[in-house]
Design a protein around this ligand. Structure first.
Ligand code: FAD
Length: 454
């Protein structure tokens, strides 16, 4: 049989592509070498949020204790949490498997490799079989990458996959890389009472965010007594005498129970016959055209094409390729503003342009308006008033929203809609913002006095 569509990789991109294509009436096979759900479900978005959710009461209590209205201790049992995470993941994978069955998607377990004209070979413990396709989606995702000297050893030097598999939380942790993965995990470790050191070669934490967001985050982390080392290059990190020993280029040593290396992720695109099939790789990222096609009849989506390493971006691309493969759409793929969130407490969120990207808009007409969370009743109620919401305007329209502070992730969807619709000042009163709510900080920022970007 020749499948209408074969998908390699069952992360958010591949799974959604398979499900949507089957829903459109295509015959679909989904090849996965590991677990349904990919990085996001098994080693990424979901376990980290289960960790953050289970420990959020620690931070809430801490904030109220600072106001002297609460005291005591919240104890989170790490072993129980890990067992709950595993049960949750297994339950979700089971539900996903049932959904595939219901839709008639054939799940093929094994490692897929392009093997000649419109054919994929799947290798598993049972041997190898070949499947034929009309269209193929490559959604093989990404994995952690390392610089020389920073390779994890699985003992005291860990990558994010290994860190999520820990049986107990260390008492001290060095996090190499102050991006969203490192900072989310560091926040969880902190809530377990772990002493945290963060090292980054850049001059600020969360270097992809607005510099004022980085500053606000660092302010809170320093109040928590994290040791934050910026502008520091790491010469190497190894396990020595049962502990992690990190050496800076300056020669200084830092020792902790564990080190988490979170310096980035790279696409999984090598050794699966892509180049032989005429697919171009640049820095291992699959190059795609405006229809997300990497070669005739071969789409590439999600982390594998390196556009944006976020689960919802992969799912959005999946939706498009399912429609395109089914002949329901011919127009090129268009992506609106992609929201991104750094979770925890504080959180950071952004959608559209940031102030330091104003040069990408019409610089002459770019303005900024800001509201501080200190004036927001819900931030006050949660005793977490550090942070702000910032609006970027260009030509009188909203082109970006950035926020940092407690719970600001809840602003991200309205912010995405506002940016997508390009609100003007007149549109602000077209929607009623409830009172009291954190959303009012968004409203205040929209209404605040605007200043020209410097
Ligand atoms: P993946 O999820 O990586 O899935 C790819 C799948 O392909 C895997 O299951 C793999 O086993 C399979 N595969 C690879 N090669 C083959 C082959 N040859 N044959 C068969 N199968 C193969 N994103 C967010 O949006 N929000 C978050 O909060 C968030 N948190 C994260 C936290 C962490 C710690 C990490 C590591 C990532 C996080 N991400 C988050 C990123 C998110 O997980 C990825 O962007 C998303 O999983 C990408 O989806 P994908 O489908 O492209 O690939």
């Amino acid at each position: 049989m020749t499948y209408d569509l074969i998908v390699i990789g069952a992360g958010p991109g591949g799974f959604d592509a398979a499900v949507e294509a089957a829903g459109l009436g295509l015959s679909v096979a989904l090849i996965e070498k590991d677990f349904l759900g990919g990085t996001c479900l098994n080693r990424g978005c979901i376990p980290t949020k289960l960790w953050l959710g289970a420990t959020s009461a620690v931070e809430e209590l801490h904030n109220q204790a600072r106001m002297k209205v609460a005291s005591g201790e919240v104890t989170v049992n790490f072993a129980a949490l890990q067992s709950r995470v595993q049960k949750h993941l297994a339950g979700t994978r089971k539900a996903m498997g049932m959904q595939l069955k219901k839709l008639g998607v054939e799940l093929v377990e094994g490692t897929g490799r392009l093997a000649g004209d419109h054919q994929v070979a799947v290798a598993s413990a049972d041997g190898e079989k070949t499947l034929a396709y009309k269209k193929l989606v490559v959604a093989t995702g990404s994995r952690p990458i390392f610089f020389p000297g920073l390779e994890p050893d699985g003992d005291c030097v860990l990558d994010s996959d290994m860190f999520l598999s820990l049986e107990s939380m260390p008492e001290s942790l060095i996090v190499v890389g102050a991006g969203f993965i490192g900072l989310e995990m560091a926040q969880v470790a902190h809530r377990f009472g772990c002493k945290v050191t963060v090292v980054d070669a850049m001059d600020r934490v969360a270097p992809l965010e607005d510099p004022e967001v980085s500053q606000a985050l660092a302010g809170v982390f320093k109040r928590w007594k994290w040791d934050i080392r910026l502008n520091e290059r790491v010469a190497g990190v190894v396990t020595r005498d049962g502990r992690a020993l990190l050496t800076l280029n300056s020669g200084e040593h830092i020792v902790a129970d564990k080190a988490l290396v979170a310096v980035g992720r790279g696409p999984v695109t090598k050794g699966i016959g892509l180049e032989e099939a005429g697919v171009e790789l640049l820095f291992n990222q699959i190059q795609v055209d405006e229809h997300l096609l990497a070669a005739p009849d071969i789409y590439a989506i999600g982390d594998a094409n390196g556009h944006i390493q976020l689960a919802h971006a992969a799912s959005h691309q999946a939706h498009y390729v399912a429609l395109h493969a089914a002949g329901k759409i011919e127009a090129p793929y268009v992506v609106g503003p992609v929201p991104s969130v750094l979770y925890g407490s504080p959180e950071a969120m952004r959608v559209g342009l940031m102030e330091n990207e104003a040069f990408l808009a019409d610089f002459e007409t770019t303005e900024v308006s800001v509201a501080q969370l200190a004036a927001n009743p819900m931030a006050q109620a949660h005793a977490a008033t550090q942070g702000f919401v910032k609006i970027i305007w260009s030509g009188g329209k909203v082109v970006g929203v950035t926020a940092v502070g407690h719970d600001v992730s809840r602003l991200v969807t309205p912010a995405a809609m506002i940016v997508h619709q390009g609100w003007t000042l007149d549109d602000i009163h077209s929607v009623i913002f409830p009172h009291p709510s954190l959303d009012e900080a968004l409203l205040m920022a929209l209404k605040a006095e605007r200043k020209q970007v410097q």
